[in-house]
Design a protein around this ligand. Sequence first.
Ligand SMILES: [Cu+2]
Length: 311
Amino acid sequence: MGTLVEAGLSAAKAAPPNGPPPAGFASLPTMLPEGPGDAHQNAAQPCFLDSEKPPTDAENKPCPKVPQPAFNGRQSYYNSGFLPEGKTFSVKLADDITAGQYHYYCNLHGSEMSGTITVKAKGEAIPSQADVNTTGAAQRDDIVNKLLPLYENAKKGQGVVGAKNLAGFGAEGAGIIDEFIPPVIDAKVGEKVTWAVVGPHTISFGADPSLQNFLSVAPDGSVHLNPKSMGPSGGPGVTPAESTGPPPSGPPKLGRVTDGGKYDGTGFKSSGFVPPGAPPFPGYSLTFTKAGTYNYVCLIHPKMGGVVKVT
Ligand SMILES: [Cu+2]
């Protein structure tokens, strides 16, 4: 959050969808590189600035290390840094903060993942936790109700033309599903199984659980991408989508498929990280050479896993 974020976020929200981000937003730090490379330290490490601009992605250096101040609404940039799963972040509001709305967003996921803190004057009533929970549940149900029919259709193979199996799915205006669809794939020995990769995912078999920490904080506070999580293993990695621009009209299609080779259930076999792009979506295929039940995961999304049953 901070005044630079207020300006950038409102510009991003006013900009047409699928276009390039407006300048005010594009100049804010982003946690991940566009292509290969390491995490950006300007975005991934905590940063508390009164009036300065944070270092740019190109400079890629952390902000000066200072104790976390209270948030007064006037700071230029106020960033938790990368928060691993389960970590919490608290913000104390300064005594002299002006009542009003303050916006924040995630510099890993972008302007789509944002929220608002409404600060009321002392003595003014604020909603009870029960009221907030009710509002939150209604908002959640609204999102889920839009996504459920898409998920059901995708399970029937109606998500991406030319692909029965999906790594992630989403639709304009409805949101994103970080799941392997269908959750269980039945295949025959010698059969080539193909996934369309929709969104930033990996398709990874035999992965050490430590690889699911694809971003980690080093003892010195620097944040790094794990190259083993991000890169392909045991064969070629998926070639990213050809386009990142606005999606073409009509149903999304499967594009170029990378053949990841054969898998017999042993060793670490991974598509590597596939950055998000516009359809046609890239594909990844594997040929299963031995009967068995093979669990696989996405190394980016901790709860995203599936099963291939080969008979
Ligand atoms: Cu994923």
